[in-house]
Design a protein around this ligand. Sequence first.
Ligand SMILES: NC(=O)c1ccc[n+]([C@@H]2O[C@H](COP(=O)([O-])OP(=O)(O)OC[C@H]3O[C@@H](n4cnc5c(N)ncnc54)[C@H](OP(=O)(O)O)[C@@H]3O)[C@@H](O)[C@H]2O)c1
Length: 279
Amino acid sequence: MQKAGLLLGGCARVWKSVRMASSGVTRRNPLENKVALVTASTDGIGFAIARRLAQDGAHVVISSRKQQNVDKAVNILQGEGLSVTGTVCHVGKAEDRERLVAMAVKLHGGIDILVSNAAVNPFFGHLLDATEEVWDKVLNVNVKAAALLIKTVVPEMEKRGGGSVVIVSSIGAFCPFPGLGPYCVSKIALLGLSKNLAIELAPKNIRVNCLAPGLIRTNFSRALWKDKATEDSMKESMHIRRLGEPEECAGIVAFMCSEDASYITGETVVVGGGTPSRL
Ligand SMILES: NC(=O)c1ccc[n+]([C@@H]2O[C@H](COP(=O)([O-])OP(=O)(O)OC[C@H]3O[C@@H](n4cnc5c(N)ncnc54)[C@H](OP(=O)(O)O)[C@@H]3O)[C@@H](O)[C@H]2O)c1
């Protein structure tokens, strides 16, 4: 079992060299010795981002609500030879957020990178039919928890002399999906959160940027691709006529967290296959 893990780890390192060689880039491990927290990272986009940050040299602490999902994801990534640990963190729970930050500091001595990726969408319908409970849940988990987690992480980044935050928004912030009103409003709020924090945190050498994925094939978006007719109608709006894969969101986040992006803050990158998003 350990042998298999070592073998897989070797493969991951070789694959990374091949990837760099084929792109003509000789730099290795752009995130070496950085410590990264990624929320909602046991599946989908968060998992792909966690894997990529670790492949680029970071020590990554992954998290989500369920222990069994954390264990499974940690096992997979450690089996690839990556420096990954994990803990349960429901981002809506203050004690979980604090434990996540404390664990990273205890294990690795500080925090350099935060990817705030968790979101919920408990509602489908006309925006004005959303109940107060729906609004509370969507805004609490998607917006308030992100702001409060960043607040907890910032003092740790300050101790390191700076850091990078990436907030996962959505293309729905630019071009609302019918039926997903409260969710899209929450994702617009995240653009505002990143713009405001970019100003406030620049003097602390902390950059804050956003990722806005288009339609990416994950469990979260299953309703939009579960049958061929729905998937085909979604593809109509994309220049690249296919859904995105979680891995296609990961490299850009690694870039935004790296020194190559040292002069980029308050920006949003859309990864949407050419789905119309803005001018
Ligand atoms: N997929 C898309 O097309 C798409 C498009 C635009 C934006 N996004 C955004 O991308 C992000 C990730 O979505 P995804 O598509 O990758 O979802 P996903 O594949 O369904 O993965 C969701 C992850 O979130 C965890 N999670 C759920 N609720 C959580 C909570 N309250 N606290 C902590 N972890 C939680 C889940 O694990 P547990 O069950 O163990 O908690 C799982 O690891 C979200 O912010 C979403 O809005 C997705």
